[in-house]
Design a protein around this ligand. Structure first.
Ligand code: ADP
Length: 471
């Protein structure tokens, strides 16, 4: 096992990794930007070193600095978390060249799966169904428009190097196509440094269902079931759950097998996720994420498998301690991403100081978070405050637990999406499991319900504010 692992990340995922390392008695090394010097991940780690940078995102993405530091402090491995450098082929390569273990797959696999077009091609060659669309990048507008016509409107223009829901444009009709293509190419170029785009069929109200994989360096690969992540805003997930209400046992088994086949096709090693778009019993490969995902605790609560420890053990060369048939799925788990966003104002970020904070607890609840009282929600990272998870023996119990946990959750200062999440948990449509990626726009009445919760919470917030002052 490793002796010292450097974590090239911040916030809740850095803390999550530190926790795993501490349980494994491995020394954790945090790194931090100038404004993060008093952050929780710095305080929680065994050792912490400054990166001396005030350009927040760039600081955590400075490959040279991070590798040099890792060498200087004698780290034998680096965990990249999610975001930042986690899917940068150059970073994994720099680790490989420096003789430091990158906790994740090889740089080659990251490179292959990081390009959506290359990944699609490989999946087609391996017999994995993909969303109908084109197999090559396209730059010529006339050619692109012809292809879009063949695929049939509506179509989705996607950046080959895209991620985080950025760089996608749905086009409903032919006359809008040229403008949308130009915008998509421009955005792809400026955000990802690669202007190549491709075109897919835009599926009508599909579901997002993904499968968690674990693969070791000894040829063993398993899936740990699915996570349904259909409730999204701006193509980004806010509620995830497992099992999905959409899948029959037969479809689940089939999708699991396809996910494992997809992982095998790239000789995958580590923890990874195969994302599918699901519609009326059919499913199509969307992309592979070659890292730990935000929503990984959903699977952990359902299976009892610690995914972060598994990643670390796999990277250290351990074989998987279980086969597919040993994995048990127990009950139901729901995750809500608690964000500093105003749901009544288009989920716009609300980067303010946390002036009052009390998180829920009790049986079946888990919170992963990097915030604390007086924490200033930064403007330059994403707006997630925490991940709140509720486990139940069945879906109804998980919903009931999530409802009461959301009710207990007090965050004073920034506006949060809690009132909206409460409205969702209370809604008949969510309880029936009738969800898809258009859920938020299809149910505007939930914003009205959220307003009621905002009003209710104001009274509680006032009381808590005086309680906090009194002590
Ligand atoms: P990113 O890498 O930017 O996160 P993904 O390809 O993973 O992009 O897609 C993110 C989300 O966008 C999906 O969960 C889904 O809601 C939507 N989406 C992607 N492709 C399609 C499609 N072909 N049709 C309909 N919705 C799609």
């Amino acid at each position: 096992m490793f002796k010292k692992v450097l974590i090239a990340n911040r916030g809740e995922i850095a803390i999550r990794i530190i926790r795993a390392l501490r349980e494994m008695e491995v020394t954790s090394v945090a790194v931090y930007s100038d404004s993060d010097k008093e952050s929780l991940h710095v305080l929680y780690a065994d050792l912490a070193y400054p990166l001396f940078g005030d350009r927040e995102i760039e600081t955590y993405m400075d490959i040279e600095k991070i590798i040099k530091l890792a060498k200087n402090v004698g780290a034998d491995a680096i965990h990249p978390g999610y975001g930042f450098l986690s899917e940068k082929e150059e970073f994994a390569k720099a680790c490989e060249e420096a003789g430091i273990v990158f906790i994740g797959p090889s740089s080659k696999v990251i490179g292959l799966m990081g390009n959506k077009i290359a990944a699609r091609k490989l999946m087609i060659a391996s017999g994995v169904p993909v969303v109908p669309g084109m197999e090559e990048a396209v730059s010529d507008p006339e050619k692109a428009q012809k292809i879009a016509g063949t695929i049939g409107y509506p179509v989705l223009i996607k950046a080959a190097a895209g991620g985080g829901g950025v760089g996608m444009r749905a086009v409903q009709k032919e006359e809008d196509f040229p403008v949308m293509l130009e915008r998509a190419q421009q955005q792809a170029g400026s955000v990802f440094g690669d202007a190549s785009v491709f075109i897919e069929k835009y599926m009508d109200s599909p579901r997002h269902i993904e499968f968690q994989l674990l693969a070791d360096n000894h040829g063993n690969i398993v899936h740990l079931g699915e996570r349904e992540c259909s409730i999204q805003r701006r193509y980004q997930k806010i509620i995830e759950e497992s099992p999905s209400t959409a899948l029959t046992p037969e479809t689940r088994q089939k999708m699991g097998e396809v996910a494992v086949a997809a992982g095998r096709a790239v000789n995958y090693q580590g923890a990874g996720t195969i994302e599918f778009i699901y519609s009326n019993g059919d499913f199509y490969f969307l992309e592979m994420n070659t890292r730990i995902q935000v929503e990984h605790p959903v699977t952990e609560m359902l299976t009892g498998v610690d995914l972060v420890k598994s990643q670390i053990k796999i990277a250290a060369g351990h074989p998987l301690p279980f086969g597919q048939e040993d994995i048990r799925f127990n009950g139901h788990t729901i995750e809500c991403r608690i964000c500093a966003e105003d749901p009544l104002n288009g989920f716009s970020p609300s980067p303010h100081r946390i002036k009052g904070y009390r998180s829920p607890g009790g049986f079946g609840i888990r919170i992963d978070s990097g915030v604390h009282l007086n924490y200033e929600i930064p403007t330059h990272y994403d707006s997630m405050i925490s991940k709140l998870l509720a486990w139940g023996n069945d879906r109804d119990e998980a919903i009931a637990r999530m409802r009461r946990a959301l009710r207990e959750y007090i965050i004073i200062g920034p506006k949060t999406n809690i009132p909206y999440l409460r409205a969702v948990m209370d809604s008949a449509v969510f309880k029936r499991g009738q969800i898809n990626t258009k859920f938020i726009e299809d149910h505007p009445h939930l914003f009205e319900d959220a307003k009621i919760f905002v009003a209710k919470d104001e009274a509680i917030h006032k009381k808590l504010a005086s309680l906090l002052k009194a002590h």
